[in-house]
Each structure stands twice: as structure tokens, then as C-alpha cells.
Ligand binder design. Structure first.
Ligand code: ATP
Ligand code: MG
Length: 439
């Protein structure tokens, strides 16, 4: 390893070796280290059985959630350290999990069951790098290649197809041709994988820097797991404001959007998903998509719910989709902050920027107003300006006293709030009451 190894991982390796066992760093941490990236955690693999590991770390608090898969995790200096017994997988018949897992005494068995060559390397002080499948050479070529026969590996566990997309996107690697071919071919087997796992890996793929290229190459895989998005593909967008069809535009928004959070990258992917169902071509031959935001928010909600995303996540993304197409500048900043909620306002500005920059060049100048919008929104928060009904200087009782009843009260309050948000009125009780027509 080139970079310093965490003291906890060093301690765990030493404790196992001192007790007479083999112990290696394995997987992502070895890969990241060779790439010059500081690993975010260290996985250890060993010939010690789970019972052995428990004995060696008897003085530590032990987390045993993964014990039946061979993982015992001592908490060393406050840090959870995953230690897993060498495993050799049995046959796979359900397309996702091995029917049996056998503990092994050989590192080679454990590396053989791993997904990609760059993830199938191990390291120990005594042996140095153990790299039976040419992972280091593949790292140098920025190549993601399945360990062994790719068809067989994706047949065993179809989740690896999406993991391939995730790593290609995040590491900015290419898929080796034979591996890519097998991913396309075996994509239908993703129906055997749980929706939660699909969502997690897809989210990882979206967040990566190379998401656009990967989703372009593997759009068929995406449409297998999210068939609702297939209509975007080649959906025409004939308009002077656009230079690409809806799918290519979507990929470009995804490419531009930053920061690459799960919410923002999903919002980028889904922002125009309502366009195919709302498209109308006018007499001059141009396309329009009336209310595609509403249709899109609804469809985005259905897609994310089917992927078992949390309610909060669904709310975040659908809110951004619903308001993505509004004009955003210093004048409209507070209104949109009210529409999406202050906590989502920055994300809306980011999505707007990416969306604008994926239009035709004549639209790019709309982005010039975004810094002003952001500043106006931040100022409103800082100065505790009125941003919702509860901040309004007038309330329901005031309107009751003026003789208003029922829905008229709600509508009038909303109307007064909009005036304040648009800076057409000050949040002043007398001024606002002056706008009210008594019943
Ligand atoms: P990250 O930095 O994203 O955590 P990672 O390589 O550590 O990357 P994990 O998903 O944490 O990825 O998996 C840890 C290791 O376990 C992988 O490097 C790989 O060797 C192995 N692995 C995980 N899932 C699978 C799978 N479905 N099939 C085969 N090997 C797998
Ligand atoms: Mg990991």
C-alpha cells in the first residue's frame, strides 16, 4: 500500500497475524490506494473463522450482523472494522445469492468470487500485492473487467451489472468489451434483484462523473430496471430553444449538474420524464409539452416509490421536478423558495443551471440571473424575511374580522403572501389589509 493505512486496520491485521492467521486488506481499499485515492474504509479478509475472529478481538465490542456471511466487525478505537473469513461461493440459482457459502483457507477462493479484476486484489505486509487477475494492469488502462467469464458472473448475480455501471461512472473507467456485452445480454436478469439494491447501485452510477457516458452506453440496462424512462429515448424536441432530443438533453443535464448528490442527480435524470406523455406538435412543426412538470413529478414519484426510495427522498426529487421549469432570477427567488421550501432552494438553482446549459446556446444567457437569484434567496433567509404564511403580518383572524369566510380566507392569505414574495407589497399589516376586499 502506498498511502498510510488507518491505525485501526493496521491493528486488526497485526492482531490476526500475531494469532497465527493470514490477514489481508482486500477490495475497494486496495484499488483506491493503487489509484492514489485515500480509502474511505478498509475491508480485511482472513482464514480465521468467525469464531476465531471473535476470540482474537474478544476485548473489543463486536458487531455481528454479518456473522452468517462470515463477517465479524470489531469496533477498534471507535471505528467499525469489517473482517471477513475467506469465502468460496457455491452455485447461484436465484440470480443474486449463492446457494451455499463455504469458508475457505485459501485467499485465491475469496478473490475468485469477487466481481471485477480491480476489486479482486489483496495486500498484506508479508505478501505485498496479490493480484491474480491483472487488476493493477486494468487500473492502469482504466478498464473494468469481470473476474472470469463475464456471462457466468452476471448470471450468478445480476446486481453486478449495475455495480459495473456504478464503478465505470465513479472511477471514470471503460467497461472491457466482453464484459460490456455480457451486461447488455444479461440485463433482463435484473428482475431477480431487489428494488432497494437496484436503487442503491443506480444512485451510485448517477452520482459518478462519467454518468452520462455510462447511461448512454447502457441505456438498455437502465430501461430494463426503469421501463418508465424508455419513452424519453429519441423523444423529439423540435424547438428553437433545444438542440437535442429529450433523452440526450436529459443526459446532458445529468452531466452538468453539480454537486452530484443523490437528490440532484436523480432530479436531473427525471426532470423531463413528463415530456413524452405531454408532447404536442404545433402547426409550424414545433414541439410543446404543456404541464410536463406536473406529469413528470407524478411519474418521478411513481418511479422512485417503486425503487423503494424513502418518502423524504421522493418528496425532494418530485418537488424539484415540479418547479424545474420556472423562470428563476432575483425577482422570482423568494416565490420559488416558497414553492420548493428553503432547504431545497440551492438544489433548484443547481438544477436550473444544468438544465439551461443543456438547451440551445441562445438560452444560455438565462443562467446569468442565477447568482442573483441565489443571493436574493440567501439574503431573505438571513434577514428572516417573510417566506411563508406563518411569517405573514396578516392572519386568518384578521380576515374573519373583515367578514371573510372559509376558502376566501385561505385564497386571500395566499394572494397577500404572493404579493410579498414578489416584492410587490411590504410585509406590513396595514399595507396588506389595504389590499383586502371586505365581504
Ligand atoms: P466502494 O468504494 O464503493 O465502497 P468497494 O469496492 O469497497 O467500493 P463494496 O460494494 O463496498 O465496493 O464491496 C466491497 C468488495 O466486495 C468489492 O470490492 C468486491 O470485491 C466485493 N463485492 C461486493 N459486492 C459484490 C458482488 N455482488 N459480487 C462480487 N463481489 C462483490
Ligand atoms: Mg466498500
Amino acid at each position: 500500500m502506498h498511502l498510510p493505512i488507518s491505525p485501526q486496520a493496521q491493528y486488526a491485521l497485526r492482531a490476526l497475524t500475531d494469532a497465527g492467521f493470514q490477514a489481508f486488506l482486500v477490495g475497494g481499499c486496495v484499488r483506491d490506494d493503487l489509484m492514489g485515492v485515500q480509502p474511505h474504509d478498509y475491508d480485511i479478509t482472513t482464514d480465521a473463522t468467525p469464531d476465531d475472529i471473535k476470540r482474537v478481538f474478544a476485548h473489543c465490542r463486536l458487531v455481528l450482523d454479518g456473522e452468517k456471511h462470515g463477517t465479524v466487525s470489531p469496533v477498534i478505537d471507535g471505528e467499525l472494522t469489517e473482517i471477513t473469513t475467506f469465502r468460496a461461493d457455491g452455485d447461484y440459482t436465484d440470480g443474486r445469492h449463492p446457494d451455499t457459502v463455504r469458508f475457505s483457507k485459501k485467499l485465491g477462493d475469496d478473490l475468485m468470487r469477487r466481481d471485477f479484476t480491480v476489486n479482486a486484489m489483496a495486500w498484506s505486509e508479508a505478501t505485498g500485492l496479490v493480484d491474480p487477475y491483472g487488476g493493477e494492469a486494468d487500473l492502469g488502462r482504466k478498464l473494468l473487467r469481470a473476474v472470469g467469464d463475464p456471462r457466468r458472473r452476471f448470471e450468478e448475480d445480476a446486481l453486478r451489472i449495475l455495480r459495473g455501471m456504478r464503478f465505470a461512472s465513479r472511477l471514470e473507467f471503460q467497461l472491457a468489451p466482453e464484459t460490456a456485452e455480457a451486461m447488455h445480454e444479461l440485463a433482463p436478469r435484473l428482475s431477480l434483484v431487489s428494488r432497494e439494491r437496484i436503487f442503491t447501485e443506480l444512485t451510485g452510477a448517477l452520482e459518478g462523473r462519467r454518468a452520462m457516458a455510462v447511461l448512454d452506453e447502457f441505456h438498455d440496462v437502465l430501461f430494463t430496471v426503469v421501463p418508465e424512462l424508455f419513452p424519453l429515448y429519441m423523444c423529439p424536441q423540435k424547438s428553437v430553444y433545444h438542440r437535442w432530443d429529450v433523452w440526450v438533453h436529459t443526459l446532458n443535464v445529468l452531466d452538468q449538474v453539480t454537486p452530484r448528490t443523490p437528490v440532484l442527480t436523480w432530479a436531473a435524470l427525471l426532470h423531463d420524464c413528463g415530456k413524452p406523455q405531454t408532447r404536442m406538435r404545433d402547426r409550424k412543426g414545433f414541439d410543446h409539452y404543456p404541464q410536463h412538470q406536473q406529469a413528470g413529478a407524478k411519474l418521478a414519484g411513481e418511479i422512485l416509490t417503486s425503487l423503494k426510495a424513502s418518502n423524504a427522498f421522493v418528496k425532494d426529487v418530485t418537488t424539484l421536478v415540479l418547479w424545474h421549469d420556472e423562470k428563476l432570477n432575483a425577482q422570482t427567488a423568494k416565490l420559488l423558495m416558497y414553492r420548493v421550501g428553503p432547504e431545497r432552494f440551492e438544489a433548484l438553482v443547481s438544477l436550473r443551471r444544468a438544465d439551461i446549459m443543456a438547451h440551445a446556446p441562445r438560452v444560455f444567457k438565462d443562467a446569468d440571473a442565477l447568482p442573483g437569484a441565489l443571493a436574493r434567496g440567501q439574503q431573505a433567509l438571513r434577514d428572516h424575511e417573510c417566506l411563508s404564511l406563518k411569517d405573514l403580518a396578516v392572519n386568518g383572524d384578521d380576515l374573519l374580522r373583515l367578514g371573510l369566510r372559509g376558502p376566501a380566507i385561505r385564497d386571500t392569505l395566499e394572494d397577500l403572501l404572493l404579493r410579498v414574495l414578489k416584492d410587490e407589497a411590504r410585509n406590513d399589516r396595514d399595507e396588506l389589509l389595504g389590499y383586502v376586499n371586505p365581504a
